[in-house]
Design a protein around this ligand. Structure first.
Ligand code: FES
Length: 101
C-alpha cells in the first residue's frame, strides 16, 4: 500500500498530536521525543477523537470516557472500549511525515 504524506516535520512539536486524513481514514498522528506514531482516530467505544486525548508516555486516553490505548501498537490498555485500534507505520522522509497504509 502507498505511503501518504500527512504532515511536515515542523507541523508538530514533540508531545503534540493532530488528526490527519489518509486514504479515506481519519488517523491520529502523534509526535513524541521517541518518534512518530499513528493509530485510527475513532475510539471503538463511541467514536471519541483520540487525537484530542491526553498522552502520557505511549498511552493515549480517550477524551470521552477514558479508554486507553498504546499509540505504538493500538493495543487496548483499559476499557470501556473492548477492542484495540489499528496502528500504522510512520516514516519521515526529509520534511515529509508519511503514513504507510
Ligand atoms: S468514546 Fe472513547 S472511551 Fe468512550
Amino acid at each position: 500500500m502507498p505511503k501518504i504524506t500527512v504532515a511536515r516535520v515542523s507541523d508538530l512539536a514533540p508531545g503534540e498530536a493532530r488528526l490527519v486524513q489518509a486514504g479515506g481514514r481519519a488517523i491520529a498522528l502523534f509526535r513524541r521525543d521517541e518518534g512518530w506514531y499513528a493509530i485510527d482516530n475513532a475510539c471503538p467505544h463511541r467514536g471519541g477523537s483520540l487525537a484530542d486525548g491526553d498522552v502520557e508516555g505511549f498511552v493515549v486516553t480517550c477524551p470521552l470516557h477514558a479508554s486507553q490505548f498504546d499509540i505504538r501498537t493500538g493495543a487496548l490498555i483499559s476499557p470501556p472500549a473492548q477492542s484495540p485500534v489499528r496502528a500504522y507505520r510512520v516514516a519521515v522522509t526529509g520534511d515529509d511525515v508519511q503514513i504507510d497504509l
